[in-house]
Design a protein around this ligand. Structure first.
Ligand SMILES: Cc1cc2nc3c(=O)[nH]c(=O)nc-3n(C[C@H](O)[C@H](O)[C@H](O)COP(=O)(O)OP(=O)(O)OC[C@H]3O[C@@H](n4cnc5c(N)ncnc54)[C@H](O)[C@@H]3O)c2cc1C
Length: 513
C-alpha cells in the first residue's frame, strides 16, 4: 500500500474518534465529504482558511488578509514553505519587468504569451496564460513590494544561476523550435542570493509578510475533509491537530493550496504512470494530493492529471550538448540543447522512459558526476551500439547523418545552435544512461483541480463550488507538459494564489448560517 493510503487510513480513524459517536454514525467510511449536520459544534471560526503554506497558500493568505478578511493558514508539517521553499525560487515574468528594463532587456507581453502558449503542449489554458502575461509586470512589482530581493545582474549561461544573478533564460526559449515561435527573452527572475537558495529566500519573505499583516499561521495542522452544506456550499473543514480532529467553520471560503501528489504512489499509478517511473520524487514530503482529493470528494473536476515535470538535467556542463541523445532505436528525437523539462518530457512520455546521451572525447562530462552513469564505453560508435543492443546499424546511421550535416554547420532534424553543433568524432565514445528509472530523473505533478482565473473550483459541469478555491499545484494551472521554463510553477502559484485569496475574501460575509 502506498504512502497516501496509509496516511488517509490513519486520518480516517483519527477523524472518527474525534467526531464522537454521533458524527461517526453519520459519516460512512469513505464518504465523499462531511455533511454539515455531522458537525455538532465548531471548534474554530475564521473568514478565510488557507490549507498549505507554500507559494500559492501564502500568496492567497496575504491578499485575503489585505482585503480585510481574518485569515487562518494551516500547514500539516512542522516547517512552513513546502516545495516552494525547496525550489530555486524562479518566477517566470516578462513583458518589460522593472528588472528586465534595468538590464536593458527588450520584451513584450505578446512575445511572452506566444512563447508560453505555443512552445509547450497542446491545448494550454489560454485564459490563464493571457492574464498572467498581461499582468506579469505588475506581479513582479508586487514580489518586490513584499520584499523579495533581486539583483540587477543577468547571466546568459544555461541553468539556474549559482551566483547572485537574478535574470536568465530559464527555459527553452533559445532552442528550436521555440526560438522561431516567439522572440526569446530572459524571463527567469530569481532572488539575488547565491546557490540553490532562491526558494527559501522567497518563502522567508512571503511568510514573514503574511505574519506581519496578521495572518494566523499554524503548523502541524492537517486539513482532512471538507464540510459541505446541503446546497453544496462549503461550510468548513475538519483538521487534525495533535492527533485530535477539530472542526473549522469558514465565513467566506477555503483555499486549497496543498501542493501536488508526487509522493502519493497510488495516485501516480492511477493518474500519471510516466511520473511513477521517474527515479526522484521532486517535492515536499506532504505532496500527497490531499487538496486535490478533498476537492474531488466534493465534486470538483481535475485536469491534466497525467502531466508533470519530468527532468533530464544533462547540463551543466554545456559541453555535453555537443553530444547527441538517442532512443532505443538509435535515433535522435529532440534537440539536445532543449530545456531539461522538454528533454525529460520527450524521454519519459514519448520514448518509454529510455534514452542515452552519446558523447565523444570533447563532449564527455569533464568531472565526476553520478546523475548519469556510463552504460557503454568504446573506441567506435559500433562498439557502443553493440553494448546497448541497439538495432543493427541504426546508431551508426544516425551518427553518420548527424556528422555529415554538422560538418556543414547544419542540423536538418532539430536545428541545434551553432554553439554546440559539431561532428561527433574522437574516441573514447560513451553512452550515458538517461533512463527515467535508473538515472537522476526528478519529477513532480501538474494535474489538479479545475479552477477559474480567480481560483474558484469548478465541478465537471463547469459550475463553481461555492466557497471553494484552489491554487498552486493543487490546481491545474500554467504548467503543462512539456514544461518549457523554470518559474512557470512558482509564478503561477504566486499569481493565481493571490487571485484566489482576493476572491475568497470578497465572498459576502454572513452568506451562511
Ligand atoms: C528542488 C526543486 C526546485 C524547484 N525549482 C522551481 C523553480 O525555481 N521555479 C518554479 O517555478 N518551480 C520550481 N519547482 C517546482 C515548485 O517548487 C512547485 O511546483 C511549487 O513550489 C508548488 O507550490 P505550491 O504552493 O503549490 O505547493 P507547496 O510549496 O508544496 O506547498 C504546499 C504546502 O501544503 C502543505 N500540505 C500538504 N497537505 C496538507 C494538508 N492536508 N493540510 C495542510 N497542509 C498541507 C505541504 O506540507 C506544503 O507545505 C521546484 C521544485 C523542486 C522540488
Amino acid at each position: 500500500m502506498g504512502e497516501g493510503a496509509d496516511r488517509s487510513g490513519i486520518s480516517r480513524r483519527g477523524l472518527l474518534a474525534g467526531l464522537g459517536a454521533t458524527a461517526a454514525a453519520t459519516v460512512a467510511a469513505g464518504a465523499a465529504a462531511l455533511p454539515r449536520p455531522a458537525i455538532a459544534s465548531w471548534d474554530i471560526t475564521t473568514d478565510v482558511l488557507v490549507a498549505g503554506s507554500g507559494a500559492a497558500g501564502v500568496s492567497a493568505a496575504i491578499e485575503a488578509r489585505q482585503a480585510g478578511a481574518e485569515v487562518l493558514l494551516i500547514e500539516s508539517l512542522a516547517r512552513f514553505g513546502g516545495s516552494s521553499a525547496m525550489s530555486g525560487g524562479v518566477v517566470y515574468a516578462g513583458g518589460g519587468t522593472a528588472l528586465q528594463k534595468a538590464l536593458k532587456v527588450t520584451d513584450s507581453a505578446q512575445e511572452m504569451y506566444r512563447f508560453i502558449s505555443e512552445a509547450g503542449g497542446r491545448h494550454p489554458p489560454l485564459d490563464k496564460i493571457q492574464l498572467y502575461c498581461e499582468e506579469s509586470v505588475a506581479h513582479f512589482d508586487w514580489l518586490v513590494a513584499q520584499g523579495v530581493p533581486y539583483s540587477e545582474k543577468l547571466t546568459t549561461a544555461k541553468g539556474l544561476p549559482m551566483g547572485d544573478e537574478s535574470l536568465y533564460f530559464s527555459g527553452t526559449e533559445l532552442a528550436w523550435p521555440a526560438r522561431e515561435l516567439a522572440t526569446p527573452a530572459p524571463r527567469g527572475h530569481v532572488p539575488g542570493v547565491p546557490g540553490m537558495n532562491g526558494g527559501r529566500r522567497l518563502m522567508q519573505v512571503l511568510l514573514a509578510r503574511a505574519g506581519s499583516l496578521g495572518v494566523s499561521l499554524r503548523n502541524r495542522v492537517a486539513a482532512e475533509r471538507l464540510v459541505i452544506e446541503s446546497d453544496g456550499r462549503i461550510a468548513g473543514i475538519l483538521v487534525t491537530i495533535d492527533g485530535q480532529s477539530q472542526a473549522i467553520r469558514v465565513n467566506r471560503g477555503i483555499v486549497l493550496a496543498c501542493g501536488g501528489f508526487i509522493h502519493n504512489r497510488e495516485m501516480l499509478q492511477q493518474y500519471a504512470p510516466e511520473l511513477y517511473d521517474c527515479s526522484v520524487p521532486w517535492g515536499n514530503a506532504a505532496d500527497l494530493g490531499d487538496g486535490i482529493n478533498m476537492g474531488i470528494a466534493v465534486g470538483a473536476a481535475a485536469l491534466h492529471m497525467h502531466q508533470g515535470f519530468a527532468i533530464a538535467p544533462i547540463y551543466p556542463p554545456e559541453n555535453v550538448l555537443s553530444g547527441i541523445v538517442v532512443n532505443a532505436s538509435g535515433q535522435r528525437f529532440v534537440s539536445e540543447e532543449s530545456y531539461h523539462g522538454v528533454l525529460g518530457d520527450a524521454i519519459a512520455y514519448h520514448q518509454q522512459g529510455r534514452a542515452w546521451l552519446i558523447t565523444d572525447k570533447r563532449s564527455a562530462y569533464q568531472f565526476h558526476q553520478d546523475n548519469f552513469l556510463p552504460a557503454a564505453r568504446g573506441s567506435s560508435i559500433g562498439d557502443i551500439a553493440a553494448q546497448l543492443a541497439l538495432p543493427r546499424g541504426a546508431l551508426q546511421h544516425t551518427v553518420a547523418y548527424y556528422n555529415r550535416h554538422a560538418g556543414n554547420g547544419d542540423d536538418p532534424m532539430f536545428h541545434k545552435s551553432q554553439t554546440w553543433l559539431r561532428p561527433l568524432q574522437g574516441p573514447p565514445y560513451t553512452a550515458w544512461d538517461l533512463s527515467v528509472a535508473s538515472a537522476f530523473f526528478p519529477a513532480h505533478t501538474f494535474g489538479g483541480l479545475h479552477t477559474t482565473i480567480n481560483g474558484q473550483v469548478l465541478n465537471s459541469f463547469g459550475d463553481e463550488i461555492p466557497g471553494l478555491y484552489a491554487a498552486g499545484r493543487t490546481a491545474a494551472g500554467l504548467p503543462t507538459a512539456p514544461y518549457i521554463a523554470s518559474g512557470l510553477s512558482v509564478g503561477d502559484c504566486t499569481f493565481f494564489g493571490r487571485r484566489a485569496g482576493r476572491t475568497a475574501a470578497a465572498e459576502a460575509v454572513g452568506s451562511r448560517v
